[in-house]
Design a protein around this ligand. Sequence first.
Ligand SMILES: O=C(O)CCC(=O)C(=O)O
Ligand SMILES: [Fe+2]
Length: 179
Amino acid sequence: MELLKGVSESVGLEPNYFSKALDLDSGLGRFIANLYPPCPQPELTMGIHPHTDPGFLTILIENGISGLQFLHNGKWWRVYAPPNELMVNIADQLEVLTNGKYKGAIHRATLYGKAMATRMSLAIAYGPCPDKVIRPASEFVNESHPPAYTALTYGECYELHLANAYSKITSLDYVLIQN
Ligand SMILES: O=C(O)CCC(=O)C(=O)O
Ligand SMILES: [Fe+2]
């Protein structure tokens, strides 16, 4: 995947580093369709609660009605994507593999974009094979950066994500090592 080559290079690694580390030849992509029906009081409604995505990258497109927000420095920032543009989110397994150098983006979907309009978004969550054990890669671990996450299979991480969909922001809360 070309995007992932750029991510590898951005941290000084060879372009295919992440594809190899994640065994992407047997990777799993999940397709997610979100439908947010018209709502008379959008300011009182949450489309999707705050969360991070499972996988390593998510690619998202919406139907021209905004609603996506990202948490940055304690504030929610609204995303205005031009029509037909793809948005790319960093997701959990890239955070674990880079030992926290890249952070899974905390985001939520609101219905503020346009009152009484139907919002739709389509996402593909790219992840490794469910059996693949993901742990901080040795390139990101040293004395001053000990492993910050325990090893889990991607399947286990995905189950945690689903099981805690409405109570925890991120399934990484379970694998984060409190140093
Ligand atoms: O609808 C959106 O903009 C966000 C959807 C989302 O975060 C997800 O499907 O994981
Ligand atoms: Fe998401």
